[in-house]
Design a binder for this molecule. Sequence first.
Ligand code: PLP
Length: 414
Amino acid sequence: MIYLDHNATTPILPEVLEAMLPYLTTEWGNPSSAYKFGAKLKSVIETARQQVAELIGAQSMDVIFTSCATESNNAAIAAALKANPAKRHIVTSQVEHSSVLNYCMALGKRSQDSPQSTQSSQRRAPQSASVFSVPSVVNGSSDGYRVTYLPVDGEGLLNLADLGDAITDETAVVSLMWANNETGVLFPVEQIAEICRSRGVLYHCDAVQAAGKVHIDVRKIPVDYLSLTGHKFHAPKGIGALYVRRKSPFSPLVYGGHQERNRRGGTESVPLIVGMGKAAELARKHLPDYEKKVRPLRDELEEGILTSIPDTELNGHKTQRLANTANVTFHGIESEALLILLDKEGICASSGSACLADSDEPSHVIKAMKPNTAASRQMIRFSLDAATTPGQIRSAVTAVERETEALRGVVSQS
Ligand code: PLP
């Protein structure tokens, strides 16, 4: 198998599994118990919290363990809204992960102006074009939230002037990601954070795809909330984290016991927390070499495809992008058809977010970048990892070349 879908998920590293094993076998107590067998696990959780905090330059007290980044994203937005009950407006972008977009849509109701259907003429006026008038579900009141979905340009970049224009006195929170899961395009988080701070608006950043791939330091970037998930950097699935800046408002999404200093109820999953901690420690250790290892292989894959296969096009900015991600449109070829053939060759890639893979919807990210084209139905995302080898890349390019030729042959004969 040649696995080129690391933005979907990553394998658990042997060191991570090894660190977890005692907590899956002999050390199975409940950290909230009063006796030592359980209570000693509190310090194990705190070590993991410290490891995760160090990956993002945070103080460990400011990190809350959650079940996944979907929960972290929901919790951050909900907390910001609850803290500002008089402010009824959210700003996000058309290319966020579904865990942000669908939550924002749930705070509202669909209108004819869905982010997926925004046309280029509307893209120049995000405030009026993409604002949804919605009933509130967060604080149970019947008056609604409005959501602005900022557009991106053809390369997946935000126009910061649009962000400035979209923020009003009514805005409670801005939620804009660090790195896009489909294209790898990096948003200018430092500038976004500065704009939010200067306008007195809370800023939540979904940093799921950035963690372990680019340097994150919340001491330098004034985000209020930052979401992470373990399974994108070699921890198991089912464990996430939310950083909350010390003075930023927070109230739980999940109410229950006193776990996580009353910020997230539920008995802690010690093995998963330990796994995320160890994976964060390893990600931090390997970060200085990550780009050096991954970028040349990604470039080889990308150039191999773009030069040897006709009618192909890169999606996403050439340089302002994660080093591991290549998103390519194969004009005239349906993504699904190519993915099936690649799967038969043992190559794992995807046509967008894994969370939406079972829907028939084309990529909302590519659609936002290239409206009025078929690009969103004809693209493949390849995402590499430090363990990807040159041999795998060569085989992948050859296989993609072979299968696109086969598919185009079928199309031209029919
Ligand atoms: N945000 C981004 C950018 C993602 O890529 C993903 C997962 O694909 C998530 C959030 C959701 O993460 P989780 O699977 O932990 O809920």
